[in-house]
Design a protein around this ligand. Structure first.
Ligand SMILES: NC(=O)c1ccc[n+]([C@@H]2O[C@H](COP(=O)([O-])OP(=O)(O)OC[C@H]3O[C@@H](n4cnc5c(N)ncnc54)[C@H](O)[C@@H]3O)[C@@H](O)[C@H]2O)c1
Length: 318
């Protein structure tokens, strides 16, 4: 009997899979405190984890651990060198997330372009008649969008942007020109020099040493004044202090953030009070459908692993 520790509650559809399978016993914990997890994890063979930090100390105390199954696709919360040293497999819910995140990007783009906060407020506060005095909105049709990071989510977003008849550019040094063109995009070789012609920029790369603060004040300064910048990848890729300054100086039209350098962000983070920032609480995947898919996939990956049947595409190569 294998023991699975589920850190952070998951959709019932994932739990149902385990209840049907007599080869596993499981426990769900909501406490994500490092000291608690370090003691709790002892004796478990597998872990399913959302965004809680799984440090070297936690991994080193988990002597039976064979697999960490991320409920999601990013894995910057896991100490990779520790799982390598301990020969632990890391799996992700590779097929579950892309649609929900790509839709969330469109939701942000439209909200910002149509100045939803102002126009919604005008009706609700009884100022309907002032609609002609509100700042103008903008269209997405025939506009240039840069998709920065062209993996599962970037590709999915491209398809949706094609439906909006946008001109799609892609920055991803690891994806060939041919692959991008085949899907209807145009490859951008140099991020910095491409920024000046984009009306929208959406970030879909991992957070790592190379991408940390990739978008800073100087980069934003190169963008068009009507550019909308979206980050639904990982906080830290955009320098938040610089972004706030740039928004206050009207360097771009607006920004949409689903992710933050520190989560939850401090209450004194000025972006929380910036009208040009459209924010969501790392909730791009919180659709009923996506949570169900992730709940099922994070558990199925563990079952498949112990049945020696885990698809290679779900395993992170470290
Ligand atoms: N907001 C959310 O809830 C949410 C949900 C899922 C994923 N994410 C995040 O979205 C991002 C993308 O996820 P995915 O599933 O598409 O990942 P993926 O691994 O399929 O794609 C990432 C792409 O980024 C590219 N890339 C790597 N370094 C780059 C760089 N320096 N510049 C440009 N491109 C680079 C890679 O070549 C790859 O094509 C990840 O950061 C992930 O953590 C966020």
């Amino acid at each position: 009997m294998k023991k699975i520790l589920i850190i952070g509650s998951i959709h019932n559809h994932g739990i149902d899979l385990l209840k049907e399978n007599k080869n596993f016993e499981f426990e769900v914990v909501d406490n994500t405190d490092a000291e608690f997890l370090k003691n709790k994890i002892i004796g478990f063979d597998a872990v399913s984890v959302r965004t809680s930090k799984i440090s070297k100390e936690i991994i080193n105390s988990a002597k039976n651990l064979k697999i960490i199954s991320r409920h999601g696709v990013g894995y910057d919360n896991i100490d990779l060198s520790a799982i390598k040293d301990n020969n632990i497999t890391l799996a992700i819910t590779a097929t579950a997330n892309a649609q929900a995140v790509a839709e969330h990007v469109l939701f942000m783009l439209f909200n910002i372009a149509k100045r939803n906060n102002m126009y919604n407020d005008s009706v609700k506060s009884g100022k309907f008649e002032e609609r002609t005095k509100l700042p103008k909105t903008i269209e997405l049709w025939n506009k240039n969008i840069l998709i920065a990071g062209f993996g599962r989510i970037g590709k999915c977003l491209l398809k949706k942007c094609k439906g909006l008849e946008m001109n799609i550019f892609v920055y991803d040094p690891f994806i060939s020109n041919e692959e991008i063109e085949k899907l209807g995009g145009a490859k951008v070789e140099n991020l910095e020099t491409s920024l000046g012609k984009m009306d929208a920029i959406s970030i879909h790369m991992p957070l790592n040493d190379k991408t940390n603060h990739l978008i800073d004040y100087d980069m934003i300064k190169k963008m068009k004044k009507n550019c909308i910048l979206i980050n639904a990848a990982r906080g830290g890729i955009i320098n938040e202090e610089d972004l706030n300054k740039a928004l206050n100086e009207n360097l771009i039209f607006g920004a949409g953030l689903d992710v933050f350098e520190k989560e939850p962000p401090s209450l004194d983070n000025p972006l929380l009070k910036n009208d040009k920032a459209f924010l969501s609480p790392h909730s791009a995947v919180f659709t009923e459908e996506c949570l169900s898919r992730m709940g099922i996939e994070t558990i199925q990956n563990i079952i498949d692993f112990f049945e020696d049947n885990l698809d290679n595409s779900k395993i992170v190569k470290i």
